[in-house]
Design a protein around this ligand. Structure first.
Ligand code: GLN
Ligand code: ZN
Length: 780
């Protein structure tokens, strides 16, 4: 019996030490020439292929590499460059890509273009989340007059590069229906244009690419169609039929692999299986429950690629569980027609465990990053073929067993406490009107109270001090003294300009999730476990591996210190359970909802400790609540149910006169506003200034019962809003939000801005609130 064929859909491109990020940023700063950046890219690709080949992967992908984003690359490949970039229609190379991603340079040199947010000629394309991952792609833009033409050679070049290394690589490209699905119509003359009408214009370019790749000798071409994991409308379904009918022919001697991932297929299953492709890839991790249905209906003339190794989490594969699935598949399709893979591209995994020198050995044994996943895929193929002495399987079993039994993971007290949680734990003692009165008496705030979202500028000085302290070059004591001084200055300044509800500034925090993860038991941190978030930005998500406990208060000292500096009510600052969950790698041995509720209990304890210490106002940020929404609408209710419950457990144990705030970094509320109202926070601050308050429309139909602070200062832009601009925004907001419920605050935290911007902006903000108060006083 032969070993079953192995492949992956994509490999992380950032490099083991984030080489790509570093080089790209140097290039942007003009410190290295383009050729140097390109050479680093080429070297990374080579190393990535060599690693895969050395691991024993039979079919390696190419064109999975990108200097920024693969969807942006596809847009350039198709010549789908929005007219504002004044592209000459020649080859859409690296600089065109960077302009689309980051905004065209300020060619006038007068500061009239701020690289994206100012609305001037070359503003950047929108970026949005890649399905339910924390990767972000550049959104393709479509207009009624959009046309496509082959405009780039990257995919061909990378195929040649691999060939020169002796590899017949599998070029990877987003499929046409997903490409259109992921894009947006940006056409002022015809905003309701149906983007799927572009399919007929797009397909010839795909046909061209496929036939060129075939002519170059590509044996396999992978088209990713993750749209299959979404709710598809009839139009999209028709597009699949039309597109693949044509593409299968155009591929000629090359064979097509169509890949779906990130979820079950359900009502799309039959359509997927009917595609005229030589091979179909299926995500057997997210879709584990559907594998039997898939196998039962799987056509007898196609290859089935099963992704049994999780491409987007960090746990070691359970070989027995994977083999059970693979055996069934083998029995159905035979070993000639079965391929083994990871569920999705490994883009969403950190690169390698080999660099991790500080990870606790017990926990490290439970993990697999991208390189370890390559080895797992190959090992599974050998095991399925009955090759080897079974030592690998035994070792894997032993490791799974150690993880299952570890008392690092299981804490009976935590599990018991969760079982004892009742509905009453998530309910405030009184309804909002009663609380509002009690809080207003206690806090004595004016109409239109001013506040901020939490962080103040993380200056180079703050970052340098933290880095020095982490290296051991600054003592704990000196670091604390430094942070206290920063906090003191920040609070004093807020008092000076008349902010009604100050914050401490979050100088001691590096990241709003990491800060809490580091202090909670049940989390661990890698040293190099970076994952691309967008462009050159990478994140290193905490690893939630066990039952969560809070060994000691996490923020009480900082907040009480800050409160001691001012008479104004200091707002304590916490990150909520849903956001911590959504921005971490989380355990796969219990439902996410259970991990979330454990986090909720730990943060609830912090909330109650803050209250006990005399803190009158506590903000619990849920920046990432919306991000956790399932891909299928039918699952939203379930998610929102436990997410909201978790927030309520965290927040609602306080007394009536303690004011709970929450903050969310978006304002697409229309579809989830009921759930947000159910959280029952006394005050919610949200992002709205960028949309000129239009996003407040949700509040016209739905009367949000509690207080709201729609952001009036766009912190994503270096521009300083004037008093009049902010007054206008507030005026607009007061059309939908009752005067007594309206707060005045920026869109989000100020940590990425400089003091020279923040100072005048907040002074103007306070002035805008004063003017509004004067108007209100004059009209009574
Ligand atoms: N309190 C955090 C801050 O101000 C909130 C950040 C966020 O919403 N992403 O930075
Ligand atoms: Zn925010």
């Amino acid at each position: 019996m032969s070993k079953i064929r192995t492949h992956i859909l994509g490999y992380p491109r950032i490099g083991e030490q984030r080489e790509l990020k570093k080089a790209t940023e140097l290039y942007w700063k003009g410190e290295i020439p383009r050729a140097a950046l390109e050479a680093i890219g080429k070297d990374l690709r080579k190393r990535n292929w060599q690693k895969q080949a050395a691991a024993g992967i039979d079919l390696v992908p190419c064109n999975d590499f990108s200097f920024y984003d693969q969807i942006l690359d596809a847009a350039c490949l198709f010549g789908n460059v929005p007219p504002r970039f004044k592209w000459d229609g020649g080859s859409a190379g690296l600089d065109t890509r960077f302009q689309m991603a980051r905004g065209a340079r300020d060619t006038k040199g007068d500061g009239s273009c701020c690289g994206g947010s100012c609305g001037s000629a070359g503003f950047a394309s929108e970026m949005t989340k890649w399905f339910d991952t924390n990767y972000h792609y550049i959104v393709p833009e479509f207009r009624t007059d959009t046309s496509f033409k082959l405009s780039d050679t990257k995919i061909i070049n990378e195929f040649h590069e691999a060939k020169a290394l002796g590899l017949n690589a599998k070029p990877v490209l987003i499929g046409p229906v997903s490409y259109l699905t992921l894009g947006k119509v940006q056409d002022p003359d015809n905003p309701d244009f149906d983007r799927f009408e572009l399919l007929d214009r797009l397909l010839p370019v795909y046909e061209d690419i496929l036939s060129r790749l075939a002519a170059e000798g590509a044996e396999w071409i992978q088209l990713d169609e993750p749209a299959f994991a979404l709710d598809l409308n009839p139009r999209q379904k028709e597009c699949f039929v039309e597109a693949y009918g044509r593409l299968a022919k155009a591929a000629g001697s090359a064979k097509l692999l169509v890949a779906t991932y990130f979820g079950e297929l359900r009502d799309n299953l039959a359509l997927f299986l009917s595609l005229p492709a030589a091979a179909l890839h299926y995500d057997a991790v997210r879709g584990a429950a559907e594998v039997d249905a898939l196998l039962a209906a799987f056509p007898t003339d196609k290859i089935l690629s099963l992704g049994v190794v999780d491409g987007r989490n960090i746990w070691k594969n359970d070989f027995d569980a994977s083999l059970a699935i693979l055996e069934k598949a083998k029995a159905r399709v035979g070993d000639e027609r079965l391929w083994i893979s990871a569920s999705s591209s490994l883009l969403h995994s950190p690169v390698t465990l080999a660099s991790e020198k500080k990870l606790d050995a017990e926990i490290k044994d439970w993990l697999a990053f991208a390189d370890e996943k390559l080895a797992e895929i190959v090992a599974l193929s050998h095991l399925l073929a009955g090759e080897g002495d079974g030592a690998g399987l035994e070792a894997n079993r032993a490791s799974q067993q150690r993880r299952r039994d570890s008392d690092r993971i299981h804490n009976p007290t935590v599990k018991g406490r969760l079982l004892g949680v009742t509905e009453a734990d998530g309910r405030r003692a009184s309804a909002f009107p009663v609380r509002q009165k009690a809080q207003s008496e206690k806090l004595g705030l004016p109409l239109f109270p001013t506040t901020t979202i939490g962080s103040f500028p993380q200056t180079a000085e703050v970052r340098a001090a933290r880095a020095k302290w982490k290296k051991g070059a600054l003592s704990d004591q000196d670091y604390e003294t430094f942070l206290k001084e920063e906090t003191r200055k920040c609070v004093a300044w807020q008092d000076e300009i008349g902010i009604d509800m100050p914050v401490h500034g979050e100088f001691e925090r590096n990241d709003m999730v990491e800060y809490f993860g580091e202090q909670l038991d049940g989390f661990t941190f890698s040293q190099f476990g970076w994952v691309q978030s967008y462009g050159s930005r990478c994140v290193k998500p905490p690893i939630l591996f066990g039952d969560i406990t809070r060994p000691h208060p996490m923020t009480v000292e900082w907040i009480t210190y800050a409160q001691s500096l001012t008479k104004q009510p200091m707002k304590g600052m916490l990150t909520g359970p849903v956001t911590i969950l959504n921005w971490s790698f989380v355990r796969d041995d219990q439902p996410r909802s259970v991990s979330c509720k454990q986090l909720a209990l730990a943060i609830r304890d912090e909330v109650l400790d803050l209250e006990r210490a005399g803190v009158r106002v506590i903000q619990i940020d849920e920046a990432a609540l919306r991000e956790g929404l399932p891909l299928r609408k039918s699952e939203w209710q379930e998610y929102l149910g436990w997410a909201v419950e978790s927030f309520r457990i965290t927040a609602n144990g306080v007394k009536d006169d303690t004011q709970i705030h929450t903050h969310m970094c978006y304002s697409e509320f229309n579809d989830i506003i009921g759930a947000i109202a159910d959280m029952d926070a006394d005050v919610i601050t949200i992002e709205t200034s960028r949309s000129n308050m239009e996003l407040l429309e949700a509040f016209v139909e739905f009367k949000y019962p509690n207080e709201i602070g729609p952001g009036v200062y766009d912190i994503h832009s270096p521009r300083i809003p004037s008093v009049e601009q902010m007054e206008n925004l507030l005026q607009k907001a007061s059309n939908v939000i009752p005067e007594g419920n309206l707060w005045v605050n920026p869109d989000c935290g100020l940590k990425t801005r400089g003091w020279e911007e923040v100072r005048p902006a907040l002074i103007n903000m306070v002035e805008a609130a004063r003017k509004l108060r004067a108007v209100a006083a004059a009209t009574v």
